[in-house]
Design a protein around this ligand. Structure first.
Ligand SMILES: [Zn+2]
Length: 409
């Protein structure tokens, strides 16, 4: 954001925030740790992941508890019941919370230190709720429920997400919510998938299209021949289970997919984007319009691929304060053109943020990581999210400090 103050053109400095688990911090050490992150590391803010992303976390540098056996999909806060009063579901507090509300303690202490605070809210990926309530999940063309994926067309899912956002922005001192996994996700989103099949992106897409009663009902209301589309996918999948098909191996590009089933597929793709856009609009209404907090949305390095999960990039530009793209596994020289593309699509009205992973798991070495950092600086992105704290090696903390000083110089 650019501001004109007293005739001087001021450009806000780039924001650098750290993404961490509340489990990284011991309650009695939080204040001093957050002070250090702000004053010694030079960070502007901290972003807390609110739902457990897997069943086991190895946090070698957490302040207590290196191995955390968790309940995947459970949250690190105590939901306020009244928000979910007339709904069949509410967030499930992680067993790790005990009687405490770790998110409350962490966000309040971080705020006292002067750090900006945000929460990462996972939307349509939830194996815990999906298993308890299969009727809320994606049902594919073969009739199989994909229990780890919630369907964004389901009215209960939509209401649940809006209420959870309301619970978060009213009960915690947050500046922003980072929405993740919003839209029609795919089967391979699960880390636990075991199969002998190679599942290329197109096959993943075919396997995960939703034909639940709500998706079908919406399609019928729009006079889409949804049963024809479903039957086409069913036939493709039955073939794919025998041997790889041409379509399952083809690139997942709009031009190929919109033409299928004599254009009926195009209508379905547009319908899905409208479903996700209207859900996003409701979330923005709750978070930004009612409670004046910022909304960050997970984007893609290649914005032209957003349709695959049902996100309309032009609606995203209209609704979100910021788009966050992930530089995981991206070669440093590929990053600048991707950032440039995102700027072209989202303009200067929507902030562009980049998530960087200071770990040898995702970049070959420190030099490659710092090359990514420099690319962010040269492309003048608005913010950087550095992912990991307790989950990192101590030596990688130096990478983080070096990144902050580079970005702030
Ligand atoms: Zn559905």
């Amino acid at each position: 954001m650019k501001d004109v103050e007293a005739g001087i053109l001021e450009v806000d400095a780039m924001q650098v925030i750290l993404r961490a688990f509340v489990w990284d911090f011991a309650p009695e050490k939080m204040s001093s740790t957050f002070h250090r992150l702000r004053n010694e590391w030079g960070l502007d803010g901290i972003s807390f992941v609110i739902s457990n992303p897997s069943r086991l976390l190895l946090l070698p540098n957490a302040e207590h508890g290196r191995f955390r056996y968790t309940d995947e999909g459970a949250v690190c806060f105590q939901p306020e019941r009244s928000w979910y009063a007339d709904l069949p579901i509410m967030p499930v507090a992680s067993e790790l919370c005990g009687r405490r509300n770790p998110l409350k303690e962490a966000t309040e202490k971080a705020r006292e230190t002067g750090l900006k605070v945000s929460a990462v809210m996972t939307c349509c990926y939830n194996p815990l709720l999906g298993r308890k309530h299969p009727e809320l999940t994606v049902q594919n063309a073969l009739g199989d429920r994909i229990l780890h994926l919630l369907c964004p067309a389901n009215p209960v899912v939509r209401e649940f997400l809006v209420r959870m956002a309301g619970d978060l922005v009213t009960n915690y001192p947050l500046d922003a919510i980072e929405l993740e996994d919003l839209g029609y996700l795919t089967l391979t989103r699960s880390r636990d998938l075991l199969t002998d099949l190679i599942i290329p992106p197109a096959a993943d897409h075919l396997l995960s299209r939703c034909f639940c009663e709500h998706c079908r009902h919406t399609a019928e209301g729009l006079n889409i021949e949804i049963e024809r589309v479903r039957f086409f996918l069913q036939t493709e999948l039955e073939q794919f289970f025998i041997s790889p098909t041409e379509l399952s191996q083809s690139p997942l590009e709009w031009d190929v997919w919109e033409r299928l089933v004599e254009g009926e597929a195009r209508k379905v793709l547009h319908m899905r984007m409208d479903i996700v856009s209207s859900l996003l609009a409701r979330l923005v209404e709750e978070i930004a319009h009612k409670h004046d907090k910022k909304v960050h949305i997970e984007g893609r390095l290649l914005p032209a691929s957003l349709w695959q999960i049902g996100i309309d990039r032009y609606k995203l530009r209209e609704l979100a304060h910021a788009v966050e793209v992930d530089a995981k596994d991206v070669a440093p020289d590929r990053l600048p053109p991707c950032l440039f593309l995102n700027r072209q699509v989202f303009g200067n009205r929507t902030e562009l943020w980049v998530r960087l992973h200071p770990s040898e798991r995702f970049v070959p070495n420190r030099q490659a990581f710092l090359a990514q950092v420099r690319a962010c600086k040269e492309q003048k992105v608005d913010g950087v999210v550095i992912v990991g704290y307790g989950s990192l090696r101590r030596q990688n903390w130096d990478w983080v400090k070096e990144a902050v000083s580079l970005l702030k110089s």
